[in-house]
Design a protein around this ligand. Structure first.
Ligand code: MOS
Length: 745
């Protein structure tokens, strides 16, 4: 029997049944005995000081055990560094219940703990808080003059600041015959995962905790809890096997974790804290942004000058940064460049990575500006991109490890029918609708983090793998099982991948579309080492036929090692484990990016999105009737889960372009639409035909698996493609997102 490789097959997700039957447990669903429930009291002002906090009525209520405030909270770490998680930006981390100061609207000010959730929630309404209010600023657009360079910090390793200028931008811009100068504005967006942020803390005895937390990073939160509450790392275990969406909101420890652990240690009891939807708005979010782009080209449509200024919001305590300003020069060569990135501190909570952070903000502006420039130059928008195609990295001149963007353009354009487009705005109609075709390019990094994997063969001859990574809904469990099965030549049903547990070997948080590369490579490295060990153990068996053979002489298949030259000579994994005294044969190894080798190359994933919209001639209602995204992301391990990632991202792209925005009232300093009824996201009726193409991109350099990651790359090109299609339909350039019909009236 020959085993078919599993990599490349559209395997359905292994945990699918658990999820659709409700058997999968989420952070707030674990059955824990004698559980107490915490409910958070949030500030109703935006800035100032608490002058009085009266918890007596709440505490007097039957069933209420305690109300924790800044006045009675237990001690926590006083050194700022102890609060710094692996995704913390430069600054001083916000500490709930630290003192009487209020720094943003909705800040947690007290935790009520009761025998049941309803009592805790009711008691929270009885907590009386008086404030002394201070003036505040929350609107980016009215505070652009405050913008300044961000603080430097660790975060700049993953999100480098813009490179220094090249050539002479101002002169080149002035001298170029074709130019565009445009401003773009984005409102706030919130992640809004379906699973509410929640923590269940099990008090295991003095200083020992088991924590079920909604997070993208079990180890990140384990270290945070241990550091902040002065516990031993090994005494804190964070579990998060199932995550109901996160999109970046779960990259950093959120305040319900902190408060839940604090209550558990304070009362020496098991405690659960679940946030309500509205409590997840004064929270991490995609920042408001302002961008000004000035792009110029010569008479042949070759870019001469690129200037991109991006300003986004920071909190008063942390400088959250994104890579925004320099993306155009990773896609298009130009001799004169000037990129600037600035922050303005506002009285809001710190923003945080939200799917394709920085990239989707930037590419909307860049790709709309490219579209405008193509019109200025009277060149087809796709042709304009091809004329400015970067064969090597424009910034460094380095070759890409792989780049199948041209294939993305060509295949998507062909399938979409781009050649049928008549260029004049408003020239295509269907009944009482204008029809618009728009396209845009996408680019995202190809991240890989170190990941340690334990691989073992158990008594039954099966493969078990352990790693701390979470699966936030991306299909990680399935993909990792496929990779491991192929590496050991085993059917998938004989492979068990354990994950979502900080006790397992190290993984970074799941983010940046990095996990298939990170933990996938960890698995490849660990299973390769395991094979060596199995062969060595096979040689140790009395009378072993493998005594004098080397690694190249043997193959691993279906739970056995056999001689390549005479396949009838074999030993099963079960026999090897039996000869090992019944003890599993195991190894733990670290997979890591080949930093030195990759220094000679540039790396990125690419995409091209093509969108058709219909705009009602009178009512101006906008419908995305069809969209195609072609993605170049190296090897696609699982075309089914990968496709889901991309279509999900495309839906988000449509949503970002046409629907979603958190409305900030700058007089109150507060987000006003704090629920899913008023925070508009697409429903089925808003989404029509979506298709995904994976370019045939082979990358032998990037890592052992040739993967670059999918997810965020499906989002980056979409908002610009939609906005460009709206222009083609209507002749209107709407440079603020979301584009609502009233902007076209
Ligand atoms: Mo995502 S913003 O990489 O969690």
């Amino acid at each position: 029997m020959k085993l078919q490789p599993m990599v490349g097959r559209p395997v359905s997700r292994l945990e699918g049944k658990l999820k659709v039957t409700g058997a999968a447990r989420y952070a707030a669903e674990y059955d824990v005995p004698d559980l107490l429930y915490g409910y958070v009291v949030n500030s109703t002002i935006t800035k100032g000081k608490i002058t009085r906090i009266d918890v007596s009525a709440a505490k007097a209520l039957n069933g209420v055990l305690e109300v924790i405030t800044h006045e009675n909270r237990p001690d926590v770490a006083s050194v700022d560094l102890k609060y710094t998680d692996m995704d913390a930006p430069p600054g001083v981390v916000f500490k709930p219940l630290l003192d009487a100061e209020v720094k943003y609207n909705g800040q947690p000010l007290a935790l009520v703990i009761a025998e049941d959730f309803e009592t805790a929630r009711y008691a929270a309404t009885l907590v009386i808080i008086e404030y002394q209010e201070e003036p505040f600023e929350t609107c980016l657009d009215h505070n652009l003059e405050k913008a300044r360079k961000p603080e430097k910090g660790l975060a700049t390793m993953l999100k480098p600041p813009p490179p220094p200028p090249t050539g002479n931008f101002e002169q080149a811009f002035k001298d170029s015959p074709v130019k565009v100068d445009s401003e773009f504005r984005h409102g706030t967006e919130h992640h809004n995962p379906i699973e509410l942020f929640a923590t269940t803390t099990v008090y295991e005895g003095e200083g020992k905790l088991t924590i079920y937390d909604k997070t993208q990073g079990t180890v990140n939160n384990q270290l945070f809890v241990a550091n902040v509450f002065g516990l031993h790392y090994k005494d804190v275990r964070v579990l998060s096997p199932f995550v109901g969406g996160a999109f970046g909101a779960g990259l950093r420890p959120q305040y319900q974790l902190y408060l839940c652990v604090m209550a558990s240690l304070f009362l020496k009891r098991n405690v659960r804290v679940v946030l309500e939807r509205k409590q997840m708005y004064p929270f991490p979010h995609r920042p408001q942004s302002y961008q000004r782009l000035r792009f110029a080209a010569d008479a042949n449509g070759r870019l001469t000058a690129l200037n991109h200024l991006a300003i986004s919001e920071a909190s008063q305590f942390e400088d959250y940064v994104e890579t925004v300003a320099q993306w155009s020069h990773k896609l298009y060569p130009a001799p004169n460049t000037l990129f600037e990135y600035k922050l303005a501190s506002l009285d809001l909570f710190t923003p945080l990575d939200m799917r394709a952070p920085g990239g989707v903000t930037a590419l909307h502006a860049i790709e709309c500006t490219m579209d405008e420039l193509a019109y200025e130059a009277s060149i087809d928008p796709l042709e304009f991109r091809l004329r400015n195609y970067a064969e090597t990295d424009p910034v460094t001149g380095k070759p890409f490890t792989s780049k199948a963007l041209r294939e993305c353009y060509m295949r998507a354009a062909k399938q979409f029918g781009w050649e049928k487009r008549s260029p004049a705005p408003g020239s295509m109609t269907r009944g009482n609708k204008f029809v618009g075709y728009g396209m845009a390019t996408g680019i995202w990094d190809a991240y890989q983090f170190p990941s340690r994997v334990e691989a073992m063969i158990t008594q039954d001859g099966k493969l078990v793998l352990n790693n701390a990574v979470t699966d936030i809904g991306t299909g990680t469990l399935t993909v990792m099982t496929q990779v491991a099965a192929d590496e050991l030549g085993m059917p998938m049903e004989n492979v068990t991948f354990n994950y979502g547990d900080s006790k397992k070997p190290f993984s970074m948080f799941q983010g940046g579309s990095s996990m298939t590369a990170s933990t996938g490579v960890g698995i490849v490295v660990a299973v390769k080492a395991l094979k060596k060990k199995l062969l060595k153990k096979a040689k140790d068996i009395d009378g072993s036929p493998f005594k004098n053979v080397s690694g190249e002489d043997v193959a691993f298949r279906d739970g056995s090692i056999f001689l390549r030259r005479s396949p009838s000579v074999s030993v099963s994994f079960q026999e090897i484990v039996a000869a090992n005294g019944g003890r599993p044969v195991k190894t733990t190894n670290m997979g890591a990016p080949h930093v030195l080798k990759l220094r000679k190359y540039a790396k990125a994933t690419h995409s091209a999105a093509f969108v058709e919209v219909e705009v009602d001639k009178e009512l101006k209602m906008i419908t995305v009737t069809r969209a195609i995204t072609a993605v170049a992301a190296g090897t696609i391990i699982n075309p089914k889960t990968a496709r889901s990632q991309i279509t999900g991202s495309m839906v988000w792209g449509i949503s970002k372009a046409l629907h979603e925005e958190t409305i900030l009232d700058e007089k109150l300093g507060k987000y006003m639409n704090q629920n899913l009824a008023e925070y508009h996201i697409p429903v089925h009726a808003d989404i029509n035909e979506l298709d995904v193409i994976f370019a045939d991109e082979r990358d032998d350099l990037i890592n052992e698996l040739g993967v670059k990651g999918v997810g965020e790359i499906g989002l980056v090109a979409m908002p610009a493609a939609v906005a460009n299609a709206v222009f083609h339909a209507t002749g209107k350039r709407i440079r603020e997102l979301p584009i609502h019909f009233d902007k076209l009236l």
